[in-house]
Ligand binder design. Structure first.
Ligand SMILES: [Zn+2]
Length: 227
C-alpha cells in the first residue's frame, strides 16, 4: 500500500478542570499517594500519554459513529472492547489499528500516531521552579447509613489551567477513498465534550483544544460538524 501523504495536527490542550491519568500500581511510591498520576521518570514532570488521548478518541468515535457496523458492534457493545474486526473497510481499524496477528489483507498500516503531550513552556518553567505543583483531591464515599463521609482516598491531579502541547501525525494511503482525517477532528471535538483520564464522571479531565492547526492551516473545532 503506497503512502500518499502525511499530515501533522498540532495544538494546545488546556485543562479546564484537574486531570488525573493514573500511573498504575507498579509505580506506587512507598508512603506516596495511593492514586498518583503518570510523570516523566527522570524529570518528574507530568505529561499526557498519547495512548490516553488516542484511546479516548477511539472509544468515543466508535460509540458515536462506527457502532452501526455489525462487526464493530460485536466488539464495542457485546465485549465492551475496542473494535478489532480488521475488516479493510472498517474506519476504526484503519485509523487506530488492530493487533498484528489478525491483521487483514487490505487494512493497511495504522493511520494515526498520537505523541505524548508535554507540558507547555510557561507552565513547565513554573513547574520546574516549584511554583506550580500537582494537587490532591480527596475522594469521599458517603456512608449510606450514617450519612457521613468515609474512606477518603487522595487523588492526585494536574490542576486546571495548565497547558500541554499535542501532536498527531496522520497518514493517507492510495485507495483511501474518504478522508479519514475528518474523524480525527470529530474525535478531538468529542473529547472536549467528554473528558480525558480518570474520575471524569466527578468532574476531572475537562479539556479544551486550542490553536489547532493541520499542516499550518487553522482548524476551527467549533465548525466541525458532529452529524
Ligand atoms: Zn474494526
Amino acid at each position: 500500500m503506497k503512502l500518499s501523504s502525511i499530515s501533522n495536527i498540532k495544538g494546545t490542550i488546556h485543562l479546564l478542570s484537574g486531570l488525573h491519568i493514573g500511573a498504575g500500581q507498579e509505580q506506587l511510591e512507598i508512603g506516596g499517594l495511593d492514586q498518583p498520576i503518570i510523570k516523566h521518570p527522570v524529570t518528574g514532570v507530568p505529561y499526557i500519554p498519547g495512548s490516553s488521548i488516542k484511546g479516548k478518541m477511539r472509544s468515543l468515535l466508535e460509540t458515536y459513529y462506527f457502532v452501526d457496523r455489525p462487526s464493530t458492534r460485536k466488539h464495542v457493545i457485546d465485549k465492551g472492547s475496542a473494535c478489532g474486526c480488521s475488516e479493510p473497510d472498517c474506519p476504526s481499524c484503519r485509523i487506530f489499528g488492530t493487533s498484528g496477528a489478525d491483521k487483514a489483507e487490505g487494512l493497511g498500516p495504522t493511520r494515526i500516531i498520537v505523541r505524548d503531550a508535554q507540558m507547555s513552556g510557561n507552565d513547565l518553567d513554573l513547574f520546574q521552579q516549584g511554583k506550580q505543583n500537582t494537587e490532591v483531591k480527596y475522594e469521599n464515599t458517603i456512608d449510606r447509613v450514617r450519612g457521613t463521609a468515609a474512606h477518603p482516598r487522595p487523588l492526585e491531579r494536574i490542576p486546571a489551567g495548565v497547558r500541554f502541547d499535542f501532536s498527531i501525525t496522520f497518514k493517507r494511503f492510495e485507495g483511501d477513498e474518504e478522508d479519514l482525517i475528518n474523524y480525527v477532528y470529530k474525535g478531538l471535538k468529542l473529547v472536549q465534550l467528554d473528558a480525558l483520564g480518570g474520575n471524569s464522571s466527578r468532574g476531572s479531565g475537562h479539556v479544551e483544544f486550542e490553536n489547532v492547526r493541520c499542516d499550518d492551516q487553522e482548524v476551527d473545532l467549533d465548525r466541525i460538524d458532529l452529524s
